[in-house]
Ligand binder design. Structure first.
Ligand code: ATP
Length: 225
């Protein structure tokens, strides 16, 4: 599925497009719960899920791109406002977010872009390729993530760009907002470790994803129940 399938709201002139990138290795209930709460908080509609092909800032995924994409499709089946955008899987070379945001901005010039990041990812933003341009191309909504606390003081770049939480997000880029969503304590690394040790992950991923992992014997020694 491509970004061309995005449904734009006839009611709201310029609802923000939420862009949610990740390795999704595998997609889990933390991703789904966090983004759903964020979408409500920002009055966004469409979420563009952007699976990374070759993540530049972390070890390469354990599962192939084809498996990660298949699991994402299963997790988002029946979610009409979620679009899976495969441009980073189709592009060769590192999956730089800035390139994807530049393309999305050109394709949807009338819609503010908002990059959704967990707090752990946001605190690493300044390590990203052309990170200032990432911030300039869209706003950044930072989601609470269990195990991570807001640093005090916040990094300077964050303080400089922080926007008023009581106002609608600006149509221009260059802003950051922390969104205090209900925490969902699930991480893909823990799921992979569970599977390696034969533990069930059914409470952490959608049922169809758990079945897919089992069927394809992903992530090492698989769960037996
Ligand atoms: P891993 O454990 O392999 O590092 P992950 O669970 O962090 O994986 P990613 O696909 O790397 O998942 O994350 C994509 C995005 O989702 C990141 O911005 C990350 O911070 C965010 N995220 C992942 N899990 C949660 C969660 N439980 N709550 C809020 N944000 C999350």
């Amino acid at each position: 599925m491509s970004a061309a399938a995005i449904r734009l709201s006839p009611e709201q002139a310029n609802p923000p497009l939420l862009v949610f990138g990740g390795t999704f290795d595998p997609v889990h209930l933390g991703h789904l719960g966090a983004v759903s709460a964020l979408r409500d908080a920002l009055h966004a509609e469409t979420v563009i899920w952007l699976p990374a092909g070759e993540p530049p800032h972390r070890p390469q995924p354990a599962a192939s791109a084809a498996h990660r994409l298949a699991m994402l499709q299963l997790a988002l089946a029946g979610e009409p406002d979620c679009v899976i955008d495969t441009r980073e899987l189709d592009r060769s070379g590192p999956s730089y977010t800035v390139l994807s945001l530049e393309e999305l901005k050109a394709e949807y010039p009338d819609h503010p872009l908002c990059l959704a990041l967990g707090l752990d990812a946001a605190l690493g933003l300044t390590q990203w390729h052309r990170w200032q341009e990432v911030l300039a191309l869209g706003g950044i909504a930072v989601m609470r993530r269990p195990g991570w606390s807001l640093p005090e003081p916040l990094p300077q770049w964050w303080r400089d760009a922080e926007c008023d939480p009581h106002r609608p997000v600006p149509a221009s880029g260059g802003w950051v907002r922390f969104v205090d969503i209900p925490p969902v304590d699930v991480a893909a690394a823990d799921i992979r470790a569970d599977l390696m040790h034969g533990r069930s992950v059914e409470a952490k991923v959608p049922a169809a994803v758990a079945a897919y992992i089992k069927e394809h014997e992903l992530y090492g020694k698989n769960t037996r129940d």
